[in-house]
Design a protein around this ligand. Structure first.
Ligand code: ATP
Ligand code: MG
Length: 424
């Protein structure tokens, strides 16, 4: 036997209950976004490497060590997208979608990061992303948070904590950065390797350290939130009061910075303690500078991304995925020459009842084995056809999961008969 070919480490097949949960989550999210007036956008999975280096930031973890970058046959450097925002911004600039107009967009699909695979952290994972362009006011920051809260409610996910912070303006951040570096430099001998490296390149990211030994140092650091510019402070206050008005509890996490460079002002995360170390299921914020940085006209923007795998784990662990009946009707056909009328009848039923799931037994088998499959399918009724029924141009309609007697029905009367059954 030939050597079996396996998938790439950290890139998973999604099937069975996980696939059901996946589709359910995406379907529910899409419906929620549509109710708020958002439109779908579909974007390429591969982009020029330069796009990510320029937008995410040269010294972020993603660009430094996590990207799948390769040369194509024409020696152009391409990258499998590690996140969706950069490509979305590229698309709205390239297609002129941000000129004097507001765009409210959502998308979903795979992202790729070369990380150490573990629970909740994969090399191919999926995000559901939402981006808004053209709105600078804090009401939209609040709306994005509110609609995620509504989605959790619809999905039956409680126990998610909302953490928010403000990163202020670029200028306030530059001033703060100096204060932070000054503070951290006193502890140079105590900083871990990652933090030492970031001290010059990306000191804010040190606040986000997962190393418990660094906790005391980080807790004592000056807080960006105490050094906000006046406008950012006002913006943040309004976001908070909107959340209060709607009754969405939040905690302020002054160490909440994002792993990408482009954010300013509002940042937020939804966090759970039920997934171990990988507890953030949704993360986002404002990025007013990015559109211009990618070559467009200065356009305010704000967005977030949900980690689909982490949410799917929560949903399945908590049994929150509604089971879908695989079939309402199962067509049992036994004998010679019965599969042809069987197929015709099943299409006739599908024509008449667009919302009814009809499963036709394929591959033959005895009554016993076919009824076993019918039962497993979850169907309420079986339509049974043997040689005798074909001869008499009738079918037997047999209740499987509801009260009632089996009935013999003529082909012409079948649709009316089913109609009565379904409506009773
Ligand atoms: P983390 O701190 O967990 O690495 P991040 O800051 O890198 O997250 P973002 O770039 O903000 O994550 O992505 C948004 C969301 O996408 C995360 O909150 C998480 O739910 C999900 N996510 C990010 N990386 C992965 C991954 N490698 N595998 C699975 N989900 C991921
Ligand atoms: Mg990460």
């Amino acid at each position: 036997m030939a050597n079996q070919i396996t998938s790439i480490r950290g890139m998973n097949d999604i099937y069975g209950d996980d696939a059901v949960a996946f589709d359910y989550l995406i379907g529910t999210a899409e419906k929620t976004l549509q109710r708020y007036g958002y439109n779908s956008i579909r974007l390429p999975i591969v982009e020029k490497t330069e796009l990510f280096a320029r937008s995410i930031g040269e010294v972020t973890d993603i660009v430094e060590k996590e990207m799948y970058t390769f040369a194509d046959r024409n020696d152009e450097s391409l990258t499998l997208r590690p996140e969706g925002t950069a490509g979305c911004v590229r698309a709205i600039v390239q297609n002129g979608l941000s000129h004097n107009q507001i765009q409210k967009l959502y998308y979903t699909g795979p992202m790729f990061r070369y990380e150490r695979p573990q629970k909740g952290r994969y090399r191919q994972f999926h995000q559901f992303g939402v981006e808004v362009f053209g709105l600078a006011t804090p009401d939209i920051d609040a709306e994005l948070i509110v609609l995620t809260a509504r989605l959790w409610e619809q999905l039956g996910l409680d126990n998610l904590e909302l953490q928010i912070n403000s990163l202020g303006s670029q200028e306030a951040r530059v001033a703060y950065r100096e204060k932070l570096v000054e503070y951290l430099s006193q502890y140079k001998d105590k900083l871990d390797e990652d933090s030492l490296r970031r001290l010059d390149s990306n000191p804010l990211r040190i606040l986000d350290t997962k190393n418990p030994e660094m906790k005391d140092i980080v807790d004592g650091a000056p807080k960006l939130i105490d050094h906000l510019d006046v406008e950012s402070q006002e913006h943040f206050d309004i976001v908070k009061s909107h959340l209060d008005d709607i009754g969405i509890p939040f905690v302020i996490n002054p160490n909440l910075v994002r792993g990408l460079d482009y954010y300013n002002r509002t940042v937020f995360e939804w966090v759970t303690t039920e997934l171990g170390a990988q507890g953030t299921v949704c993360a986002g914020g404002r990025y007013d500078g990015l559109v211009e940085q990618i070559g467009g006209k200065a356009t305010p923007a704000v967005g977030f991304a949900m980690g689909i795998e982490r949410l799917v784990t929560l949903l399945t662990d908590k049994n929150k995925v509604p089971s879908i009946a695989k079939a309402d009707l199962y067509i049992v056909t036994v004998g010679d020459n019965v599969s042809r009328p069987g197929l015709v009848i099943s299409e006739m039923v599908r024509d008449a009842f667009p919302n009814v799931n009809v499963q036709m037994n394929c591959g033959g088998g005895s009554f016993k084995s076919q009824f076993k499959k019918a039962d497993k399918s979850g169907a309420k009724y079986a339509i049974v056809m043997g040689e005798q029924e074909i001869e008499e141009k009738v079918v037997a309609v047999k209740p499987l999961r509801v009260e009632g007697e089996q009935q013999t029905v003529e082909w012409e009367a079948l649709i009316n008969h089913l109609e009565t059954l379904f409506n009773s």
